[in-house]
Design a protein around this ligand. Sequence first.
Ligand SMILES: [Zn+2]
Length: 103
Amino acid sequence: MPTQAKTPGRVRKQPQRTCVACREVAGKRGLLRMVRTPEQVVELDPTGKKNGRGAYVHASTECARKALGTGSLSRALKAPVEPGVAEQLLAKVTDEEARSADS
Ligand SMILES: [Zn+2]
């Protein structure tokens, strides 16, 4: 029996993210990334590849509203979320919800 090699027991590689609104841990699917850029601006990050501190929220209007309404998103990112960005986020999750309801 091989001992050391490739023990798949505790793999921590799967990206698990916490939704800032409901604190549920989920895979990257179904979550939207928000990012605070080095310029301290909070932006939507649809590709998940922007540089900066990221925070995740479920792609649902419920969680997006909560994250914005309770300020948990700006707390997580330590930067204010501009109203325009909040609108973008809400538009995006509304879109995502419509899309998943479609299929
Ligand atoms: Zn959530």
